[in-house]
Design a protein around this ligand. Structure first.
Ligand code: DON
Length: 560
C-alpha cells in the first residue's frame, strides 16, 4: 500500500502524458475539411454530406479554393496530394507543374551567365505547365463516387455569385495591385480596387470551369481553353505551347513512409523534397526524449535546428525530379547514415553551416501556397497542398480564362549556387530541363498512431513548409498540444543556408533567444511575419475529429 502511495504521482504523471490534450478547435463527429477559406471548406463538407467521399471533397475543395482564394488556390498552378484510405491503403499524387518543352538549363541567364532578375518570378516567362486540373480529374476518375457535375456545380455557382473580400484578402490585393497592372495592363480585372466587404464575381472562371465539367481534362489541356491559354502566354513572351498542355500528366507516386517512435508518417516523395527532408529531421531527433525538453525550449529548438540544417543541406544537393535524376534515397533515409550525420551534434554549441556566407536573403511573405486537410465519414483521409508559388503566382492573369498563372519555374535552380526566392540554393539535380518538374518543399502529410489514422497536416510557406509541418506534429505528439493549439503555436525555421534561425515575431521569449545566441546561433527576426499557415485534423480517442485552422489566415474548419 505504502509503495502504491509512493508511486501514485508517477503513475499520474505517466497517465497525464498519455492522455491526449482536449480539443480546442472545431470538433466534428464524422467528416471535416480545413482549408484557407470558409467557402471552400463548406463546399467540400457539403459534398461529403451528399454522400461523396474524401476524394470527391478534394476535387470540390481544390476548385473552390481557385475561386475563393486566388492568392494561391488555382487552375494555373499545381500541387501534391497524399491519401490514406480507411482500409490503410496509401498513395500520393504529383500534379506539380513541368518545364515547357522549349525550356533549357540556362534559360534564365543572360549572355554573361548571370541570372536575369524577375524572369523566373514575374510574368509569362515564369510560368510552368499547370497540373491542377489533371490532378483533380485523375483523383476523380480513380476514387470519385459522385458525378463531376454534382461536385463542380457549387464551385461554378460560387464563381458566378462571387466571393466576399475579407480584411486580409483586401490587404493582399492592395499590396499587389501595382504589380497586376505592370504585368497585365490597367484594364485587367485586378486593377480594380477591391475592399473588405466587396464581392468579386468570376464569370470568366465559371466559363472555364464549365468547359472542364463538359470535357474533363481535355476541357483544359486541349481545345478552346488550351488554344487560348497557349496563345495568351506566348503573346506575353512566355513559352507554353498547346503541345506542352496536351502532354501534361499527373503522376501517382509512392509516398515516403517512416516510423517516428510509435507514429508512422506518410508524406510526399520527390519531386517534392518535403517527405525526404522531414524523414531525415525526425530520424535525427528520434533518439532524444524531447517531450522532457519542453515545447519551444532552447534545447528543443537547438536539436530541431541542427537536424534541419543537415537535412536541408542534403535536400539542396541531392533532390530533384526522380524522372530525371537518380536520388540515392536508400542512403539518404538510412538510419546508420543519419546517425553518422548527426554524430557531431552537441548541445554545447552551434555547428556552422559553412564558411561561405551567401549574404542576407530577403525572406518573402510565407503564405502563398495553400493546404487543405480532409477526413470523410468512412475514415478516408486526404492531405493536399497546392500552389501558384508566389502570391498570385507570376501575377499574370488571363482576363479571358479567369485565373492567375504560376511562377513555379523559380523553384528550379536557375544557376547552381544562386539562391531562389526562398533563399534555397540548388544544385545540378534541380537544374532546368524540358518537361522536368521543379523541386518542391510541399509536405502534405498523414500520420498514423498504432496503425490508426491520427493526424492530417500540411501548410504553405515555401522552404519553411517542411519545418512547420514537423513542428506541428511534434507539438501534438511530444508536447501534448491540441490540434488547434499546435497549429497556432509559434514556429521557427532553419534551412542550412542562410545559417540563421528565423523566429516568428511573436511567441519566443528573449531568454530563449539569448540562450541560443550564447551557443553561437544567429537569430533572424522581423523579416518573417509568419512561418506557415497550417490546416490540420486530429482524430480524437473517441473517433471524432478536431480541426486546426491556422489563426494566421482566414482559415476555417467545417464538418459534421
Ligand atoms: O513548391 C514549393 O516548394 C513552393 N513553390 C511553395 C511555395 C509556397 O509555399 C508559397 N508560400 N510561401
Amino acid at each position: 500500500m505504502r509503495r502504491l502511495i509512493f508511486l501514485l504521482p508517477l503513475i499520474l504523471l505517466v497517465n497525464c502524458r498519455q492522455q491526449p490534450a482536449p480539443p480546442t478547435g472545431l470538433v466534428a463527429e464524422k467528416a471535416m475539411v480545413v482549408s484557407a477559406r470558409e467557402e471552400a471548406s463548406k463546399i467540400g463538407v457539403e459534398i461529403m454530406r451528399q454522400g461523396g467521399n474524401a476524394f470527391d471533397a478534394m476535387v470540390a475543395t481544390e476548385l473552390a479554393l481557385a475561386v475563393a482564394y486566388p492568392y494561391a488556390g488555382n487552375l494555373g498552378g499545381g500541387g501534391f496530394m497524399v491519401y490514406r484510405k480507411s482500409n490503410g491503403d496509401i498513395g500520393g499524387l504529383d500534379y506539380r507543374e513541368k518545364a515547357p518543352l522549349s525550356a533549357h538549363k540556362d534559360m534564365y541567364l543572360d549572355s554573361l551567365g548571370n541570372v536575369v532578375p524577375n524572369m523566373s518570378t514575374v510574368g509569362a516567362t515564369a510560368v510552368g505547365v499547370p497540373g491542377t486540373i489533371a490532378g483533380v480529374i485523375e483523383v476523380h476518375q480513380k476514387f470519385g463516387t459522385l458525378p463531376l457535375r454534382i461536385i463542380m456545380e457549387p464551385v461554378i455557382a460560387l464563381a458566378n455569385k462571387g466571393v466576399v473580400v475579407t480584411e486580409k484578402q483586401g490587404e493582399r490585393l492592395e499590396k499587389h495591385r501595382n504589380q497586376f497592372v505592370e504585368v497585365n495592363g490597367d484594364s485587367t480585372k485586378f486593377s480594380t480596387v477591391y475592399k473588405m466587404g466587396d464581392t468579386i464575381k468570376y464569370p470568366a472562371l465559371a466559363t472555364t470551369l464549365e468547359k472542364i465539367l463538359l470535357h474533363g481534362r481535355d476541357g483544359f489541356y486541349k481545345g478552346e481553353v488550351a488554344q487560348k491559354l497557349a496563345s495568351f502566354i506566348q503573346e506575353q513572351g512566355g513559352y507554353i505551347t498547346e503541345e506542352d498542355l496536351a502532354q501534361y500528366e499527373a503522376k501517382w507516386r509512392a509516398p515516403i513512409t517512416f516510423d517516428y517512435k510509435d507514429l508512422r508518417i506518410i508524406t510526399m516523395s520527390p519531386p517534392s523534397s518535403g517527405g525526404v527532408t522531414i524523414n531525415q529531421i525526425f530520424k535525427m531527433m528520434e533518439p532524444y526524449n524531447i517531450a522532457r525538453f519542453g515545447h519551444n525550449s532552447p534545447k528543443t529548438i537547438q536539436l530541431f535546428t541542427e537536424a534541419a540544417r543537415r537535412a536541408y543541406a542534403d535536400r539542396n544537393f541531392f533532390l530533384g525530379d526522380p524522372d530525371f535524376v537518380d536520388i540515392p534515397l536508400d542512403v539518404l533515409l538510412d538510419d546508420a547514415y543519419l546517425a553518422a550525420r548527426f554524430s557531431d551534434f552537441s548541445f554545447e554549441k552551434a555547428t556552422p553551416s559553412e564558411e561561405v556566407s551567401y549574404g542576407a536573403v530577403e525572406v518573402v511573405e510565407s503564405m502563398e501556397t495553400t493546404h487543405y486537410s480532409i477526413v470523410d465519414s468512412e475514415g478516408n483521409a486526404i492531405s493536399a497542398t497546392t500552389t501558384l508559388n508566389g502570391a498570385y503566382g507570376s501575377k499574370l492573369y488571363s482576363d479571358e480564362l479567369g485565373f492567375f498563372f504560376n511562377n513555379e519555374m523559380d523553384d528550379f535552380s536557375a544557376k547552381p549556387g544562386v539562391p531562389n526566392m526562398y533563399g534555397l540554393i540548388g544544385a545540378e539535380a534541380n537544374s532546368i530541363a524540358p518537361q522536368k518538374r521543379m523541386l518542391s518543399s510541399m509536405t502534405p502529410t498523414i500520420v498514423e498512431k498504432e496503425g490508426q489514422l491520427y493526424m492530417v497536416v500540411g501548410t504553405p510557406g515555401g522552404s519553411t513548409i517542411i519545418t512547420a509541418v514537423a513542428q506541428t506534429i511534434l507539438s501534438v505528439y511530444e508536447f501534448n498540444l491540441s490540434m488547434q493549439e499546435a497549429v497556432n503555436a509559434p514556429r521557427f525555421h532553419h534551412q542550412w543556408l542562410p545559417d540563421v534561425i528565423k523566429f516568428e515575431e511573436e511567441g519566443f521569449p528573449e531568454a530563449v533567444k539569448t540562450a541560443l545566441q550564447s551557443k553561437g546561433y544567429e537569430i533572424l527576426e522581423g523579416r518573417t511575419p509568419v512561418i506557415g499557415k497550417v490546416d490540420a485534423i486530429r482524430v480524437l480517442p473517441n473517433g471524432s475529429l478536431e480541426g486546426g485552422a491556422d489563426k494566421r489566415g482566414d482559415d476555417t474548419a467545417a464538418g459534421f
